[in-house]
Write a protein that binds this ligand. Structure first.
Ligand code: ARG
Length: 466
């Protein structure tokens, strides 16, 4: 084992228990690619500014490239005693190229290095999550389009309210995931700021060209204040907030799929390949995928809360507490990625029982508002129409019938203005199509929404490919 880079002022060896407790390499080794990429850019800048020689820089860049290959092929052994990914790689570089390796850390601290690595890592992951969200949204649009004929009850208070198109209900989730995509795009603006050059906290007494390092790494901007740059984890908190909101959307969708696949609803059936069984009850077919996604929402929200609480009241600048940012960040990235991917795959495996959903839309007086609106059309003030229909509903309910199952004579007892033309308006399809308002559930409007979504997705795919 080699001495720790900071061993100079110490007269005792680190207690093994402290080593084990403080080490983070089992978690942060995931940052190796960003760490090497960041070190290469830093080293090129140092040479360009004449701070280290070109020969040393070439040796460092070459050595780092070889280390990256070793890590990728699984040959590299991370040593927990070397604390973190940064010191593991620096130590390996020394073993590989000798004294030149000791110049790499000029004008740099692990405080700005870890901020850089985390930003590089999170930027890449965010771009990848955005692409996956675009695929998920496409799956939702296709699913909605394939079920344009399906009518179902829409709910408020989980009570049947008014009939809607199943596609309209699904497109509501399209909107939520579109906002999520937007939020992640906006996160990128704050992630893409280059902190290197802030060193431990105060900047570095060398003629650094921070803009050059930033341009090598594809950053849009450099940080404006060295103390802020090494203390700031807002970008990670924002990411976790966006991830949490997205998981809340997933959990609401999951809850609906779980309800709908129950015998009580019977609206949908998940294919066998997307369901699981019970080890004791032979008849069971369980919706474990949506249930787990619903459960994982709690985890990601926990990740957000954990980092907020870690950062709350930390004095400037770097504090070791901040090492706790990575487990939660990585967990949220992994969890969200898995949920997006499994849902994208699951949509084509959902069978919708269109007769069950339509039958449900036929029972429960979902057309009562439309009967009142009809009477308004016959000159009855809305409040009076509401009261007449209410009485008709009470009568029908007492007789175990729906409004559209009453005779015209029966209806006229409550609403003398009603005529034969009323019945055509009371079918779920007519109730739906009459909501031909922008954003409404009318078939024309939902078709428009699907087409608009497809145009939006194509535009996003084109600009993301650039
Ligand atoms: N492993 C540390 C982290 O993840 C890196 C920075 C450590 N800096 C320090 N001076 N101990 O936060």
């Amino acid at each position: 084992m080699t001495d720790k880079p900071w061993a100079g002022r110490f007269t005792q060896k680190t207690d093994g228990r402290v080593e084990a407790f403080t080490s983070s390499v089992d978690v942060d080794s995931r940052l190796y690619k960003s760490d090497i990429q960041g070190s290469i850019a830093h080293c090129r800048m140092l040479a360009r500014q004449g701070i280290i020689s070109q020969d040393d820089a070439d040796a460092i860049v070459k050595g780092l490239g070889e280390i990256e290959k070793d890590i990728e092929s699984g040959r590299f052994v991370f040593d927990p005693a070397l604390e973190d990914v940064h010191m593991n790689i620096e130590n390996a570089l020394y073993e590989r190229i000798g004294p030149a390796a000791r110049k790499l850390h000029t004008a740099r601290s692990r405080n700005d290095q870890v901020a850089l690595d985390t930003r590089l890592y999170l930027g890449d992951e965010t771009v990848s999550l955005i692409r996956r969200l675009v695929c998920l949204r496409r799956a939702i649009v296709n699913f909605a389009n394939d079920h344009m004929h399906v009518v179902m009850p829409g709910y408020t208070h989980l009570q049947r309210a008014q009939p809607v198109l199943f596609a309209h209900h699904m497109m509501a989730y399209y909107e939520m995931f579109s906002r999520d995509t937007q939020r992640f795009r906006e996160c990128l603006a704050r992630i893409n700021v280059m902190p290197l050059g802030s060193a431990a906290l105060a900047g570095a007494p060398y003629p650094l060209d921070r803009e050059y390092t930033a341009s090598l790494l594809g950053f849009d901007d450099i940080s404006a204040n060295s103390m802020d740059a090494v203390s700031d984890r807002d970008f990670a908190i924002e990411f976790l907030a966006a991830a949490s909101i997205c998981m809340v959307h997933f959990s609401r969708l999951s809850e609906e799929l779980v309800l709908w696949s129950s015998s009580e609803f019977g609206f949908i059936e998940l294919s066998d390949s997307f369901s699981t069984g019970s080890s004791i009850m032979p008849q069971k077919k369980n919706p474990d995928v949506p249930e787990l996604v619903r459960g994982k929402a709690g985890r990601v929200i926990g990740d957000l809360v954990a980092l907020l609480v870690t950062m709350k009241a930390l004095p400037l600048c770097y504090n070791r507490d901040m090492q706790e940012d990575k487990p939660v960040l990585f967990d949220a990235v992994d969890t969200l990625r898995a949920c997006i991917d499994i849902y994208t795959a699951m949509f084509p495996n959902i069978k919708v029982n269109d007769t069950v959903t339509r039958d449900a839309a036929l029972r429960g007086f979902l057309n009562a508002t439309d009967m009142a609106d009809y009477l308004v059309g016959k000159g009855v003030p809305f409040r009076d129409a509401h009261a007449c229909v209410g009485r008709a509903v009470a009568f029908a309910a007492k007789n175990g019938r729906e409004l559209h199952e009453l005779s015209l004579e029966e209806i006229q007892r409550f609403a003398p203005e009603a005529d034969d033309d009323l019945f055509g308006l009371l079918t779920p399809e007519s109730v739906i199509d009459r909501r031909n308002v922008a954003g409404g559930t009318g078939r024309e409007r939902v078709m428009e929404a699907i087409e608009a979504a497809r145009r939006q997705l194509s535009d996003e795919e084109k600009s993301d490919a650039k």
